[in-house]
Ligand binder design. Structure first.
Ligand code: SF4
Length: 369
């Protein structure tokens, strides 16, 4: 795990709150956002000195909705990150955007700063589904944004899609996937809609007529097959990409590589420790972090690597932990391989596409000692 580190910057502002979302985010306020960015930059100066010996090769500005803070603030963040951390010249710089607020972004300026990847929250191409999700953009907003991004010379676009939305059908899911494909997405992240506690969706769950587990499984399997037919390889439970367009930043999380998170509610894994800034602005402005214990342990490694198509490579495991994968874990893998849920090869074990659907159960079982 001596690979270059990733830098994550969290922007906690959104135009409006989506009823299913439990991320830490607040309504956008211009002067609050300017102050927030100024404090992010102060923290970058401190962390930059602390980790002066580390090399980074990804920067990911996520949220929330980073595009609401506008071009100048995003430019300030990218420039400050580059002057405070040692980035490789091949750095991947991603900014998450909502298609609505992205309309006002000057992509030329971001591209000049080094931004080379955009992640767009498309969610669905169906107007009614978007309304039920509380999303305020239109398909035209997406098309317009993609055009602007490409004109600025940014050739790597990821689109988020939501699966298991109320009233979604296989047909409407296919339309949404086609919309992403037709608009040239190099990468598609597809998340199953989950009802999170304490969200407006939790109260509405009974009237929303969301698909049950079997229904969700049908959607998921359909999507896996459809995207595979269209040339998008599934490299992680929820992520699909054209060849060579995997998210280098997100791969760090599943590979147990080091990453530093800056901003309210951001998590980090550095020098074998996990730590995070609590979910409140006061903690952020007081530069507070909470230690979250040892990271990149054997258990974490198994749990995270099994999310990936590449799975657990025996030799790497041996090099990292000085021992082989336990017999108990291998026997469990063997049991599931008889049902076509786990792939056992000479050099590794991994979940099959069918196994991804049951990943929670399989991984929990393989971890049991
Ligand atoms: S835009 Fe994203 S982060 Fe903001 S409320 Fe909606 S889902 Fe949550």
């Amino acid at each position: 795990m001596n690979n270059p580190c990733g830098l994550y910057v969290h922007i906690p502002f959104c135009q409006s709150k989506c009823p299913y979302c439990d991320f830490f985010s607040r309504p956008f306020d211009c002067s609050e956002a300017d102050n927030y960015v100024s404090h992010l930059i102060c923290q970058m100066e401190i962390y930059g000195r602390l980790y002066a010996q580390k090399v980074f090769d990804t920067l990911y500005i996520g949220g929330g909705t980073p595009s609401v803070i506008g071009t100048d603030n995003l430019f300030r963040i990218v420039t400050a990150a580059k002057s405070n951390f040692r980035f490789l010249s091949s750095v991947e710089i991603t900014v998450e955007m909502n298609p609505c607020s992205a309309r006002k972004i000057d992509f030329e300026k971001l591209s000049q700063a080094g931004v080379n990847r955009i992640s767009l929250g498309v969610q669905s191409a169906d107007r009614e589904e978007l309304r039920l999700l509380g999303r305020i953009h239109s398909n035209d907003d997406v098309i317009h944004t993609v055009l602007q991004v490409r004109q600025a010379g940014i050739d790597n676009i990821s689109m988020d899609i939501m699966v298991g939305i109320a009233r979604q059908t296989i047909h409407s899911l296919q339309n949404s996937l086609d919309f992403c494909i037709d608009n040239g997405a190099e990468h598609i992240s597809a998340y199953l809609l989950k009802i999170e506690p304490h969200t407006p969706y939790q109260k509405l769950a009974s009237v929303l007529a969301l698909p049950d587990e079997d229904g969700q499984a049908d959607f998921y399997e359909y999507m896996q097959n459809y995207l595979s037919e269209k040339g998008y390889a599934q490299y992680e439970i929820s992520n699909f990409s054209l060849s060579g367009r995997e998210s280098r930043h997100n791969l760090k999380y599943w590979n147990c590589d080091e990453y530093l998170g800056i901003g309210v509610s951001a998590h980090s894994l550095m020098d074998g420790r996990r730590f995070y800034c609590p979910r409140n602005m006061q903690s952020f402005y007081n530069d507070m972090t909470v230690d979250d214990g040892e990271g990149a342990t054997e258990q974490e490694y198994i749990m995270l690597r099994l999310r990936l198509r590449d799975g657990i490579v025996f030799e790497e495991y041996q090099n990292l932990f000085g021992k082989s994968l336990s017999v108990r874990c291998l026997k469990t893998a063997e049991k599931y391989s008889r049902y076509g849920l786990v792939n056992i090869q000479t050099d590794r074990i991994s979940l099959t596409p069918k196994g991804f659907l049951l990943s929670n159960t399989l991984i929990a079982d393989m971890l049991e000692d």
